[in-house]
Design a protein around this ligand. Structure first.
Ligand code: A2P
Length: 315
C-alpha cells in the first residue's frame, strides 16, 4: 500500500474505503472485507448515518486480531449543524463513541456551510452567514481536539482555494487534507496545484462518479462516468476495468482516493488498481476526458435569500 505523508508526518494511505451511501446493513461487511483485502483507510462521516455499524465492524476486527488500531487510518467529518466553538468537541466525541475509538486519525469540516443546530438547510434561516459563524471559530475547536489527543490530524472537505487561503491565514494548525470531488470529468487541476504548494493532501471523493447517489442529488441528463467511451478504450488496452483505470489515475497523480463499494469482488478490484502502471500517454488521454463538471454540485445549499450561491460556495 502506497502512502502520502501529511504535514505533521502521519502516513496517509493512497487508497481507502468510502462509506457514503453504504447502508447500515451492508457497511459492516464491507469494512471487514475491505480490511481483510488490505485496505487501511476507512473514510466515515457522522451524516452518513452508519458510524455505529462501522464501529462494530472495527471492534470485531480488533477483537479477532485481524488488524491493530494503530495500523488503520480512520477519518470522520463534522456535520454542518455542529460548527461553532462549543459544538465541535461533543460532535467529535459522538463519532468516537459510535466508531468505538479513542482517537481519529483525521477529522474534517464536512462543508464550509455552517447551519443552525438540528436544522436541515431547506430555508435561509437555517444558515449562518460568514460574519455570524466564521470558519476560523470552528477551526479553533478543531485545533483544540488535536491538543486534547482526540484527533491526530485536522482538515476540511469541499473547500476551494479562497476559503483554504483564508483558513491557512487564520490558523495555528494548518489543514492537513482537503477532501473534494475529483474524477476524470472534474479533475481539479488548479486546486491540486494550490494544495501541493501549501502541503495539503487532496482526497478524491466520488472518484467513480457516485452513480448510486439518491435521485434528488442527480440531474436527468447527467453522463455516466463508468460508461465513458474514451475511458473504456484505454481500459481495454490496459486489460483493466474503467473503475480500476480511474483509481490508478488518481493515485498516479499523488492524490488519495476513497471509492465506495459494498461488493467483495469490486472491493478487491478497486484495491488492485494500485498495481496498474499508467504511461504518460495514458495520462494525457485521461486528461482530455475532463468536462469540468461536478456530479455533487452543492446546489442543495443554495436556498432563496440564503448566504450561499453555487459561485461563492466553491470559491
Ligand atoms: P457497489 O457498492 O455496489 O460496488 P463512488 O465511489 O464514486 O461514490 O462510486 C460508488 C458507486 O460505484 C457505487 O454504486 C458502487 O457500487 C460502484 N462501484 C464501486 N466499485 C466499482 C467497480 N469496480 N466497478 C463498477 N462499479 C463500482
Amino acid at each position: 500500500m502506497k502512502h502520502l505523508e501529511l504535514n505533521k508526518g502521519s502516513k496517509f494511505p493512497l487508497l481507502g474505503l468510502g462509506t457514503w451511501k453504504s447502508e447500515p446493513g451492508e457497511v459492516a461487511n464491507a469494512v471487514i472485507e475491505a480490511v481483510k483485502i488490505g485496505y487501511r483507510h476507512i473514510d466515515c462521516a457522522a451524516i452518513y448515518g452508519n458510524e455505529k455499524e462501522i464501529g462494530e465492524a472495527l471492534n470485531n476486527l480488533f477483537q479477532d486480531g485481524i488488524v491493530k488500531r494503530e495500523d488503520l487510518f480512520i477519518t470522520s467529518k463534522l456535520w454542518n449543524d455542529k460548527h461553532g466553538e462549543e459544538n465541535v468537541i461533543p460532535a467529535l466525541q459522538k463519532s468516537l463513541e459510535d466508531l468505538q475509538l479513542e482517537y481519529l486519525d483525521l477529522y474534517l469540516i464536512h462543508w464550509p456551510v455552517p447551519m443552525k443546530t438540528n436544522s436541515a438547510g431547506d430555508k435561509s434561516d437555517d444558515y449562518y452567514t460568514e460574519e455570524e459563524m466564521p470558519i476560523s471559530t470552528t477551526w479553533k475547536a478543531m485545533e483544540k481536539s488535536v491538543e486534547m489527543g482526540l484527533v491526530k490530524n485536522i482538515g476540511v472537505s469541499n473547500f476551494g482555494i479562497k476559503k483554504l487561503q483564508k483558513l491557512i491565514d487564520n490558523s495555528v494548525i494548518k489543514p492537513a487534507v482537503n477532501q473534494v470531488e475529483l474524477n476524470p470529468y472534474f479533475q481539479q487541476l488548479e486546486l491540486f496545484e494550490f494544495c501541493n504548494e501549501n502541503n495539503i493532501a487532496l482526497t478524491a471523493y466520488s472518484p467513480l462518479g457516485s452513480n448510486d447517489r439518491p435521485a434528488n442529488l442527480k440531474k436527468a441528463d447527467e453522463p455516466i462516468l463508468l460508461e465513458d467511451e474514451s475511458l473504456k478504450l484505454i481500459a481495454d488496452e490496459k486489460d483493466c476495468s474503467v473503475a480500476q483505470l480511474i483509481l490508478a489515475w488518481v493515485q498516479e497523480r499523488g492524490i488519495s482516493v476513497i471509492p465506495k463499494s459494498v461488493n467483495p469482488t469490486r472491493l478487491r478490484q478497486n484495491f488492485e488498481s494500485s498495481d496498474i502502471d499508467l504511461t504518460t500517454e495514458d495520462l494525457l488521454k485521461i486528461k482530455a476526458v475532463n468536462k469540468d463538471r461536478r456530479f455533487v454540485d452543492g446546489a442543495f445549499w443554495v436556498v432563496d435569500d440564503g448566504p450561499h450561491t453555487i459561485q461563492n460556495l466553491w470559491e
